[in-house]
Ligand binder design. Structure first.
Ligand code: M6R
Length: 615
């Protein structure tokens, strides 16, 4: 949560910072702020509750000069979203400004000590404690900003990515990270810092990913230096090339990022599959598995850990691995796993699934799993993020930046990679027949075309969404591979339209939720022509006979369901294990149009942020 951005160079910093904040707004939009050092050596700070556009109005009325500055967009944790709690926070003397993404867990203890030394606090944030502590150390020890930041961070417990500037020294910025992401962009005579590479890509494609417990020293007209927090020893500088393009960060003619991301799934899935299906659809190649054959051969159990939508993908992954590899699989919420005292050994594989690669609970879960001797495999979208850097091996889903807060193309990319992963392990362990492997790989290769076909329901779903404008509750039902699809459909609807929706295994409905069904509670039932189709038909009948409206997602050409359900949406045929990917398309569109009809901001739903870097 929260996004930070900084600039030190020869250009005006303000515009660069504002554009950077707009790119990072997906990380939080409760408030925004900027601190700039002008050429007269004055620190100017502007802050505003709400979005970056509010900040622009406030800042433009003041001084926005300066070629060095830091900025922040906030997802509130400590203290309500208002102007005072907005970052940057400034030290008591007004000399030091700091932006922070993360949580200082021992802030209360530190605050008390500082208050005993006469420090007064304006905000309710944990961050203000850190900037005051830096100033306190600097003044009492007469040390440099770098030494003060380092000494302060050695006292801090929790997670942080920070950027600090000082009024007396417009040529220096100090940055540091622990468990929150921070990227340094290396330009020609200018340096950028940000929570991810998206604010940097317009200016340079050369970046340094700061590691945990490292401090970056950015000085005007000098190469970036990185040192270890603990030892102060210089770290090796590893400059990497970004593969992002600016076009990937724009709406490309769509009204919203979410709609763009739904419609680009044929091409994102093509990118995801590229080079991974070979020899005329008879073999799958995942280098993460090839390079670790022994670990996959000896695995006795696989545990999938994730949060939110990625957890739904994990549930599908469980089915895939069990069906094809015959290895016992467990799926855990990362937040439960990390505190659940998991019993693991070197015959365990833990697979983490995360779009952002920064989700705090998932990161902590895999760190714990590695400590306990498990082999940790990551399925991630953002290249170079913290999770892939903390795994033993893994596979990127390569679906490009996902900016809409509601995950769409990342979900279909995750399920696609989990399918490839299951097939790859099965191929290695000899648990899949060559004909079956060929059948699924051929269908996977056709998947981009299948999804193009599935997207043709758009006008129909748009029309349907108007009919359901009245509903306050929805039930989503599915069985087998499509029980997780039902969970995902319900999550999409609730997070962007604020309509209560519950996903349920269709057969479980009669054990409780059936009591909720009446003519005001529609059910969306995922019923492709698969091995459980006959079973789900009776679940549809159970809803209908209690007066509930049914929207059925059925395979192309299914006439029979038309006589039972109120509305049928047809999806193209696919092997059973791929139906969650195909069926999720109309569910994404349904949630999208219902939310749009209700006038909601689908890209930035209330209270949410794209990457959840706090517990
Ligand atoms: O980046 P991650 O995949 O680790 O994020 C996990 C969840 O926060 C995320 O999937 C969330 O549930 C989405 N907003 C759902 O659309």
């Amino acid at each position: 949560m929260c996004g930070i951005v900084g600039y030190l160079g020869s250009k005006g910093a303000y515009e660069i910072l504002i554009q950077g904040l707009k790119r990072l707004e997906y990380r939080g939009y409760d408030s925004a702020g900027v601190a700039l050092l002008d050429c007269d050596g004055k620190l100017n700070v502007h802050k505003s509750q709400g979005k970056v556009s509010n900040l622009e109005k406030v800042a433009q009325a003041g001084n926005t000069n300066g070629s060095v500055g830091i900025a922040h967009t906030r997802w509130a944790t400590h203290g309500e979203p208002n102007d005072i709690n907005a970052h940057p926070h400034v030290s008591q003397s007004g000399m030091i400004a700091l932006v922070h993404n993360g949580t200082i867990e021992n802030y209360a203890v530190l605050k008390k000590v500082l208050m005993d030394h006469g420090y007064e606090f304006k905000s309710e944030t944990d961050t203000e404690v850190l900037v005051q502590l830096i100033e306190y150390i600097k003044l009492t020890s007469s040390c440099s900003l770098l030494d003060a930041v380092r000494a302060a961070l050695l006292q801090v417990e929790g997670a942080y990515a920070i950027a600090v500037i000082e009024q007396n020294d417009p040529d220096t910025m100090i940055v540091a990270r622990k468990s929150s992401p921070l990227v340094i962009g290396v330009g020609d005579g200018e340096t950028f810092i940000a929570s991810d590479a998206t604010p940097i890509i317009d200016y340079t494609d050369e970046v340094i990913y700061l590691n945990d417990n490292e401090i970056g020293i950015i000085r005007r007209n000098e190469p970036v230096q990185v040192i270890s927090l603990e030892s102060k020893e210089p770290s090796a500088i590893n400059i990497q090339k970004l593969k992002l393009s600016v076009a990937q960060l724009e709406k490309g003619g769509y009204d919203t990022f979410m709609l763009k991301e739904i419609f680009e799934q044929p091409s994102t899935l093509r990118d995801c599959l590229r080079g991974r299906i070979v020899d005329n659809c008879s073999r799958v190649v995942l280098s993460g598995v090839e390079l670790n054959k022994e670990r996959f051969m000896k695995a006795e159990r696989i545990t999938l850990v994730a949060c939110g939508t990625s957890w739904h993908a994990a549930l599908i992954g469980k089915r895939l691995i069990q069906d094809f590899c015959q290895i016992p699989v467990e799926v855990e919420y990362a937040s439960e796993f990390r505190y659940g005292n998991p019993v693991l050994n070197d015959k365990d594989i833990v697979i983490s699934i995360s779009q952002s690669g920064e989700t705090a609970d998932t990161l902590a879960a895999i760190q714990l799993a590695r400590q306990k001797g498990a082999f940790v495999y990551g399925v991630c979208n953002v290249v170079g993020a913290s999770i892939p850097r903390n795994t033993d091996s893994g596979t990127y889903i390569h679906v490009g930046p996902e900016i809409g807060v509601a995950s769409t193309k990342a979900f279909t990319g995750q399920v696609t990679v989990l399918t490839l992963l299951a097939l790859s392990i099965a191929q290695l362990r000899g648990t899949i027949r060559p004909e079956k492997l060929h059948e699924i790989l051929s269908a996977l290769e056709r998947l981009p075309e299948t999804i193009t076909e599935a997207l043709k329901v758009d006008p129909e779903v748009k029309k349907l969404s108007r009919i359901f404008a009245y509903a306050h509750n929805f039930l989503y039902l599915g069985r087998g591979y499509n029980y997780p699809t039902a969970l995902e459909g319900a999550l999409k609807l609730k997070e962007i339209s604020y309509i209560h929706a519950e996903g349920y295994p269709a057969a479980e409905m009669k054990h409780g939720p059936i009591a909720l069904i009446d003519h005001e509670m529609p059910s969306v039932i995922i019923a492709p022509s698969d091995s459980l189709y006959d079973k789900i038909i009776s679940n549809v009948q159970q809803v209908k006979s209690r007066g509930g409206a049914v929207v059925a997602i059925v395979s192309h050409g299914n006439q029979a369901m038309n006589d039972i359900a109120d509305f049928c949406i047809e999806i193209p045929e696919a092997p059973e294990c791929l139906t969650p990917i195909v069926a999720s398309i109309p569910l994404q569109l349904l949630a999208y149009y219902i939310a749009v009809n209700k006038g909601k901001n689908v890209d930035q739903p209330r209270n949410l942020a794209k990457s959840v870097t706090v517990e």
